[in-house]
Ligand binder design. Structure first.
Ligand SMILES: Cc1cc2nc3c(=O)[nH]c(=O)nc-3n(C[C@H](O)[C@H](O)[C@H](O)COP(=O)(O)OP(=O)(O)OC[C@H]3O[C@@H](n4cnc5c(N)ncnc54)[C@H](O)[C@@H]3O)c2cc1C
Length: 344
């Protein structure tokens, strides 16, 4: 059988590697970083990707690693809030520190070849190469510079499994993860001249003084080692079919983080790629057939949710609409339930 090279050992790359090994396909995975490591992520796993995890036998591993179930959500702006409302389907929350390591171990247990700390520099459009390198860098989008920031904190009480706080700068999600910590993760718009560094990263995460978020995090004790940031995020939806390479996960496109569905898309896209790649490995189809087949599967699965997510993100990030939006959501359960379901 021919071997598959996976470039990038985040969730998409590792899940794909595991799925291929379960089908007996030789797989080598290159990851520029090391495990375990903190990643900027809301750590809130929600959507169809949970079914992928169950089908690949991984769901149980997450549970055993201490994943915390989230059944409710509450939304906050500067002046408005909703009560905790039941999520249409349960989410699970696990730190990326634990999750990525767990998947890397599983890949190796299945005799996958893992090259951690090795950056792939040989191009990724060749036969048998899958790009799982995560988000594509975009320094500026529509005049805005987006960045993500996250840290774990203790001594924080939450009113719901997920708290989502919006502010003119962006939004911050809070959820309890394994080990009793709360993950505090935000997406922010940086204006010219604004900086983010060790001196002011707490200010970004804790929100404006007097806001519900600031009150919630007033006694938070942050784990300094868990702070991490990413910049250059692109939030415009892209199609897999327009890519020259065979891609999975954020390498196809990044769904706006407000949906809490990016990890799910990483798991799902990896699963959608397994069968065609296994067929290529066995010599049953050519690479020229394999790559578009995977792209078509991913585009069919994700087009609708990406379109809804684009609008949701736009509403949530428009400062003039934020209070109205939360007030409306507080009175109309159907509104946010619909937004939740359509972005999954
Ligand atoms: C602020 C923010 C909050 C989020 N919150 C949530 C949430 O609550 N729920 C959710 O589901 N999703 C969330 N997401 C999205 C989620 O984190 C991503 O969708 C998910 O991590 C994508 O997985 P991936 O494997 O495609 O990419 P990644 O996890 O980014 O992995 C890509 C890997 O490729 C490696 N790599 C890159 N180039 C090379 C190379 N040349 N050679 C070797 N290795 C390479 C990188 O080191 C990296 O480890 C959030 C994202 C942001 C920015």
């Amino acid at each position: 059988m021919k071997s598959i090279t996976i470039v990038g050992g985040g969730l998409a790359g590792l899940t794909l590697g595991i799925g291929l090994r379960q089908h007996g396909v030789p797989a080598a995975l290159w990851e520029a970083g090391h495990y375990p490591r903190h990643r900027v992520c809301g750590e809130f796993i929600s959507g169809r990707g949970q079914e992928t995890l169950a089908r690949l036998g991984l769901r149980e591993l997450l549970e055993r690693a201490g994943a915390v179930g989230a059944d409710t959500a509450a939304f906050f702006s500067a002046t408005q809030s909703t009560r905790p409302v039941p999520l249409p389907s349960r989410a699970i929350c696990l730190s990326r520190f634990t999750l990525d390591q767990l998947l890397a171990n599983e890949f190796q247990k299945l005799s996958g070849e893992l090259w951690a700390g090795k950056r792939w520099n040989d191009g990724d459009a060749g036969e048998g190469i899958v790009r799982a390198t995560g988000r594509r860098l975009q320094p500026e989008e529509g005049g805005a510079r987006w960045f993500g920031l996250k840290a774990h904190a203790s001594n924080v009480s939450l009113t719901a499994g997920l708290e989502m706080h919006v502010s003119p700068r962006g939004y911050v999600g809070l959820c309890r993860v394994n080990g009793g910590q709360v993950n505090v993760c935000g997406l922010f718009r940086r204006r010219a001249g604004e900086s983010v560094g060790t001196q002011n990263r707490r200010e970004w995460l804790c929100g404006p003084i007097g806001s519900p978020l600031h009150q919630r995090l007033a006694s938070a004790e942050f784990d300094e080692d868990s702070f991490c940031a990413v910049a250059g995020l692109s939030l415009q939806p892209q199609q897999a079919a327009v890519r020259n390479e065979c891609c999975v996960g954020d390498a196809i496109t990044m769904i706006p983080p407000v949906t809490g569905n990016g990890m799910s898309m990483a798991f799902e896209s990896a699963e959608l790629a397994i069968e065609p790649l296994a067929a290529w490995s066995r010599g049953e189809i050519s690479w020229a057939e394999t790559r578009p087949q995977i792209a078509r599967r991913c585009d069919a699965a994700f087009a609708r949710r990406l379109a809804w997510a684009k609008w949701l993100q736009r509403f949530v990030l428009t400062p003039a609409l934020q209070n109205t939006l939360v007030r409306f959501a507080a009175k109309n359960d159907w509104f946010w339930r619909m937004a939740f379901e359509r972005t999954r």
